[in-house]
Ligand binder design. Structure first.
Ligand code: NAD
Length: 301
């Protein structure tokens, strides 16, 4: 790839994406407020910047992977933000999960500055991103999509063009509504199994053999909460943020999401219990058993 890249935000998800971009041989600068987060990307060939301005100045494509709308607005639109330091023609790509209004505002500001913009939220889990198997759902013009696609293919394995700017983030909300509400349902169902005295592995072998199953239950939970590993991954706090985005978007578009409201408040309860907010969202199972006064459910026990 001949373009010069910058990557901002090297957390649980940004780190593996930037790592794969660096390993592809791309000319890459990186920046994170947590300097230690840059180390392994630099070891793979990227340059660490001392500031956001240094990271993005003179770059052709600037990719962000930040926690939420507030950080995305500050980092892209702020007085010392990305748009203040890049040249017209730069392609700004936000992979964060934010509210669609933030995406629309950032896209409009980028275009006003003579830049291009694509929203490219991420699907799948951190472990799959580490393996190079992240999925991207992209909102971009056809031209910008063509320009960005080689970099996305270097960072992940699957790229979907959803439509023009703003369609990627809206698709992400639909996706995460299903994924997160399903996780809450899975937690309650397995807690019920425990309450009924069932062996979890025997129950799962049935559930995973019918249409009751889902991707997290079949593939992720056996190596996360069911194996006693509740390190994130994708935190309960971020899952709560996403369910708030879902129900806000539903309210604004006049679509009732009854299950969405229940899932959001279940996540809200979970994040207020002990330190669950910073645990992997598969730990919803531990929250469900704790509420029921049951021992944690683990595979092989
Ligand atoms: P994270 O909290 O692990 O990482 C965020 C990173 O941004 C941190 O390293 C933080 O230091 C950095 N940061 C914050 N403010 C900054 C600033 N002003 N300048 C530079 N760096 C800054 O979060 P994550 O899990 O990597 O998630 C990032 C985004 O990707 C979120 O919007 C999340 O919803 C989305 N996402 C995450 C997953 C997942 O499984 N973790 C999956 C899909 C999508």
């Amino acid at each position: 790839m001949s373009e010069k890249f910058a990557f901002i935000g090297l957390g649980a998800m940004g780190s593996p994406l930037a790592l794969h971009l660096a390993k592809s041989g791309a000319d890459l600068t990186v920046f994170d407020v947590n300097a230690a987060a840059m180390t392994r990307i630099v070891d793979a060939g990227a340059k660490a910047a001392a500031s956001l301005a240094e990271a993005v100045s003179g770059r052709d494509v600037v990719i962000t992977c930040l926690p939420a709308s507030k950080e995305v607005r500050a980092v892209i639109l702020g007085p010392e933000g990305i748009l203040a330091h890049v040249s017209p023609g730069t392609l700004i790509v936000d992979t964060s999960t934010v509210d669609p209004e933030t995406t629309d505002d950032v896209a409009a500001a980028a275009m006003e500055a003579g830049c291009a913009f694509a929203d490219s939220p991420i699907g799948r889990t951190v472990d799959l991103a580490e393996q190079g198997n992240a999925l991207f759902m992209v909102g971009a013009t056809s031209n910008d999509f063509g320009r960005l696609k080689p970099a996305l293919e270097a960072m992940g394995s699957t790229v979907h063009h959803c439509g023009g700017p703003g369609t990627g983030i809206r698709t992400k909300l639909v996706n995460n509504f299903l994924a997160i509400a399903s996780a809450q349902l899975s937690a309650e169902a397995l807690a019920l199994g425990a309450g009924l005295g069932l062996d979890v592995d025997a129950a799962l072998s049935v559930v995973n053999d019918t249409t009751a199953t889902n991707g997290h239950l079949a593939r992720l939970w056996p190596v996360k909460v069911l194996a006693g590993d509740t390190d994130p991954g994708f935190t309960i706090e971020l899952a709560y943020k996403d369910m708030c985005l879902v129900t806000d978007a539903a309210r604004q578009s006049g679509v009732p999401v009854v299950m969405g409201g229940a899932a959001r408040e279940s996540l809200n309860l979970a994040r207020r219990l002990k330190d669950y907010g910073q645990k992997d969202f598969s730990a919803l199972l531990d929250v469900a058993t704790e509420h029921a006064g049951l021992a944690p459910v683990r595979s092989g026990k």
